[in-house]
Design a protein around this ligand. Structure first.
Ligand code: URP
Ligand code: ZN
Ligand code: ZN
Length: 472
């Protein structure tokens, strides 16, 4: 099957030009002006952006957490992703404390077999226990299975939080195996004290979620993780940076030339701490971790994205229904399952409020949502750009399409939208995964199983394209 995308305005992290793209099979075969070729399908992309399929490096599908399970499985979650122009995601395979690492990986593979994805899916290994279940020798073998990043939680005491010994030992293994370490950086011990004190004083509403996780708890843990990674000699990626207190240590480490990267998530650019005060328990919709912050942090995050301190924007899609899951924490904010949805709206929000409102270029949006995630997580140059030999993961983006973001129309299983009622201009018109159209306007045209498991390269190593494989 061949596809010719004609006259599109191609935007990659580096380029911006009008040309045709010929796709043969799953990969890009040729790019050029007015290509004189025939194809099985011709797509007229004149007046449209043509960008690489986005990569979401931070999602939680069907994950047991907070006394319940996130309400998207890999079929529903990847369907939602596809409508947002996402063609690859990397999900956290969570070792439940006491479980062995091979068992955890097998559990996540079982999830994608049972609920097959419509886009490509890779895993990070989230290590929660090296005392009872996990063994360092098993951790060392994980990258051989195409899972080339380890994630550790420095918060969620009594559940999935790790101690510094576990964190540091994993970092030492990563330095040996060439894996990237990712951290959820918050001081879980201090937060635990603050939560207990708040509850003892009868402070039970959702707004206390933010009050008991002040920005310095994030800043301290970020600095600690950076120091430990530097000592261990491994690269480090700090997930969901939300505030100035954690931007600063990332900036300092990068300025010193340390191998440190950071991401923020869409919600931290838009949702505010005071949204947690919405009446009738509606504030629980915004209980995600780290919490939403006062708005001066939004501007600091945009600046950190623009000056290269932060390298990526993810969704941290971790959906729990407001009707019957968030309610586990009615009367006790600490029992509200932590997490929010957002996989479908990352490009909508960044394009409208970032590109259209002049905060960033379209090239930069592509860099943050496609190219950097591909490079950092061992998918480049197969993914994350539009180039000869790369997978034909392509979004034809209509920058004039009007859309109102809403739970009534989004495609995730969750019953609310963090950006409910927000009007944006710009949305995918067509989404192609490895040369196959998977979304056409408002219609999903892929079947579950269109997506494949992504075996990723080790940190800093290129992932071979089809062409490179043929040549070698
Ligand atoms: O609240 C959040 N972010 N839930 C998902 C788990 C995590 O911390 O990433
Ligand atoms: Zn986290
Ligand atoms: Zn997360």
């Amino acid at each position: 099957m061949s596809v010719l995308i004609k006259d599109g305005h191609i935007v990659t992290a580096a380029d911006d030009y009008v040309a045709d793209i010929l796709i043969e099979g799953e990969t890009v075969a040729e790019i050029g002006k007015s290509l004189d070729v025939s194809a099985d399908r011709v797509i007229d992309a004149s007046g449209k952006y043509v960008i690489p399929g986005a990569i979401d490096p931070h999602t939680h599908m069907e994950m047991p957490f907070g006394g319940t399970v996130t309400c998207d499985d890999f079929t529903s979650g990847t369907t939602s992703a596809a409508f947002g122009g996402v063609t690859s995601l990397i999900d956290f395979c969570l070792q439940t404390p006491g479980q062995s690492i091979p068992d955890a990986l097998a559990t996540w593979h079982e999830k994608i077999e049972r609920c097959p994805p419509v886009i490509d899916v890779g895993f990070h290994m989230a290590i929660t226990d090296l005392h009872d279940g996990g063994k360092l020798e098993d951790v060392a073998k994980v990258p051989d299975q195409g899972v080339t990043s380890y994630k550790l939680f420095m918060a969620y005491k009594g559940a999935i939080m790790v101690d510094d010994e576990t964190l540091f030992r994993t970092m030492q293994v990563a330095a040996e195996t060439g894996a990237l370490v990712m951290v959820h950086a918050e001081n879980g011990d201090v937060i635990d004290v603050l939560v207990k004190q708040a509850l003892a004083e009868g402070k039970t509403e959702p707004k206390w979620h933010a009050a008991t996780r002040p920005p310095h708890t994030e800043g301290e843990a970020t600095s600690r993780a950076i120091t430990l990674a530097h000592l261990a000699g491994c690269p480090l990626y700090v997930v969901h940076v939300s505030c100035e207190e954690s931007i600063a240590p990332v900036a300092a480490a990068r300025a010193a030339g340390w191998r440190i990267w950071g991401e923020t998530c869409t919600q931290y650019l838009f949702i505010e701490q005071k949204d947690l005060e919405e009446p009738d328990f509606q504030g629980a919709k915004y209980v995600f971790t780290p919490p939403p912050r006062p708005p001066h942090n939004h501007e600091s995050l945009w600046r950190a994205l623009n000056n290269g301190v932060l390298s990526a924007v993810s969704s941290d899609h971790c959906p729990f229904r407001i009707a019957d899951q968030k309610t586990l924490g009615k009367g006790d904010f600490s029992k509200i399952p932590n997490g929010g949805p957002g996989i479908e709206n990352r490009l909508h929000m960044l394009h409208h409020f970032g590109v259209r409102e002049g905060r960033m270029s379209m090239n930069h949006l592509v860099d943050l949502c496609c190219t950097q995630p591909a490079k950092l997580f061992g998918l480049f140059p197969r993914k994350g750009t539009i180039a000869v030999g790369s997978d034909a993961d392509i979004v034809v983006w209509d920058s004039d399409k009007h859309l109102t973001l809403s739970a009534k129309t989004h495609h995730t299983n969750v019953d609310y939208n963090l950006f409910e009622g927000t009007e944006v201009v710009g949305a995918p018109e067509l989404v192609l995964l490895r040369g196959q159209v998977i979304v056409d306007g408002d219609e999903l045209v892929a079947s579950p199983g269109a997506g494949q498991f992504l075996s990723r390269a080790r940190f800093g190593q290129p992932l071979e394209t089809q062409d490179a494989k043929v040549a070698s």
